[in-house]
Ligand binder design. Structure first.
Ligand SMILES: Cc1ncc(COP(=O)(O)O)c(C=O)c1O
Length: 389
């Protein structure tokens, strides 16, 4: 079956955050929304069918986690990421971000240092600050148009930390970290006995010519010092279903995490959380393969367009996911001017790069998980804004 990613789906009237936030956050509604990381593509039919099947019984009472949910995660992680896990290691969480907040409470104390690698997904910093822990940064470096890790700085910083949060693959830079890079991070963390969290929510969106490495797949030793968070939500466009999971091989670490999640009664999930993940992981391979081809096509389209018409704009070529970090630094605008240019001149709602950390200043993140015609329109608007400037 060929899926149609060119279809324009009107999300108006569905309370879509992508649209509802335009006026309050950007101050206007006449923008193409290309910010929050969800997709404008139709959620795949096997997931819609799982929802439909469940609503046939018109009783929406409490629900349990079926064995099939655990098994689908075990099979998927093994097949796609060579990660061997067992049922006991899997813990339900309503989202990766809530899980990161819970991890702060489970694994650190108020005032402890937690390491992140900016520019990075901004809820990491928020989770640390909101739980009164301290942010320590190991800024990424740009080399040959890609982020790379400054390992000397990493070792210096991690020494004084209790926990390290890795974005694997990286958002907003789209880097797929190599085995060697991950092993180096793991070795340093092991040396200083610092627990690692690997946020792998973008793993299944790794683009065709790259290979994601799950941190916990490196070795048993690494797995015992690592907590992996993932979900089918980003990949299969079902973020609104609030369903994710933690993989925690180390029983002591797992118990600390469960003490928090069970304590906050956050382990139950909603009636759609489980069977939709089963459907995604059991029936999703073909759809995902076509999705990734389409996203790669959108990325190639953007890169060629920018090279041809917007030569002052640079970019980090994504190796995973549908987010591109556009580099506007050559324009010499202040961040405020840049945001205003994209919003008020180009009529695009993009993510201000500086929210990922000061290292993201001069950048804007664009979401390309939309029909190609929308991407083309957005780029034409950007080009026009440049020519009128
Ligand atoms: C790296 C990363 N982690 C987590 C999330 C969100 O996870 P959830 O919706 O499960 O809280 C996102 C969403 O964009 C993300 O990019």
């Amino acid at each position: 079956m060929n899926y149609n990613f060119d279809e324009i789906i009107d999300r108006k009237g569905t309370d879509a955050l992508k649209l509802e936030a335009l006026l309050p956050r950007w101050g206007r509604e006449d923008l193409i929304p290309m910010w929050i990381a969800d997709m404008d593509f139709r959620t795949p039919p096997f997931i819609v069918n799982a929802v439909k099947k469940r609503i046939q019984c018109e009783v929406f009472g409490y629900t349990d986690k079926p064995l099939a949910w655990y098994q689908s995660i075990i099979n998927w992680q093994k097949r796609r990421h060579h990660l061997n896990i067992t049922k006991e290691m899997i813990c339900f969480v309503p989202g990766v971000v809530p899980a990161i907040v819970m991890a702060m409470e489970a694994f650190t104390n108020v005032g402890d240092n937690v390491l992140i690698q900016p520019p990075v997904y901004y809820p990491f910093e928020a989770a640390i600050r909101n739980t009164s822990r301290k942010v320590v940064t190991n800024p990424l470096l740009i080399e040959n148009g890609q982020y790379r890790i400054n390992f000397e700085d990493f070792e210096e910083k991690v020494k004084i930390c209790k926990l390290f949060i890795l974005c694997n693959p990286h958002n907003p830079g789209g880097r797929v970290w190599t085995r060697e890079e991950l092993q180096k991070l793991a070795d340093i963390c092991s040396k200083y006995q610092v627990l690692m969290i690997s946020d792998e929510i973008h793993a299944d969106l790794t683009l065709p010519s790259h290979q994601h490495t799950s941190l916990a797949s490196l070795s048993k030793e690494v797995a015992m010092n690592c907590v992996t968070f993932s979900s089918a939500s980003k990949t299969f466009n079902m973020a609104g279903l609030a369903s994710a999971y933690a993989i925690i091989p180390n029983p002591e670490v797992r118990q600390k995490f469960l003490d928090k999640t069970v304590g906050y009664m956050l382990t139950d999930g909603n009636i759609f959380a489980f069977q939709t993940t089963v459907a995604a992981y059991e029936e999703g391979e073909e759809w995902l393969s076509q999705l990734l081809q389409y996203i790669q096509g959108n990325i190639n389209f953007l890169l060629q367009y920018v090279d041809k018409y917007l030569p002052k704009v640079k970019y980090l070529i994504p190796q995973a996911s549908y987010l591109v970090f556009l580099d506007f630094r050559e324009l010499g605008l202040s961040q405020e001017e840049l945001v205003s240019f994209c919003t008020n001149k180009a009529h695009l709602a993009l993510v201000d790069g500086s929210v990922f950390g000061k290292e993201g200043t001069g950048f804007m993140r664009i979401n390309l998980a939309s029909p190609r015609s929308v991407i083309e329109k957005a780029l034409n608007q950007l080009k026009e804004a440049f020519s009128n400037n």
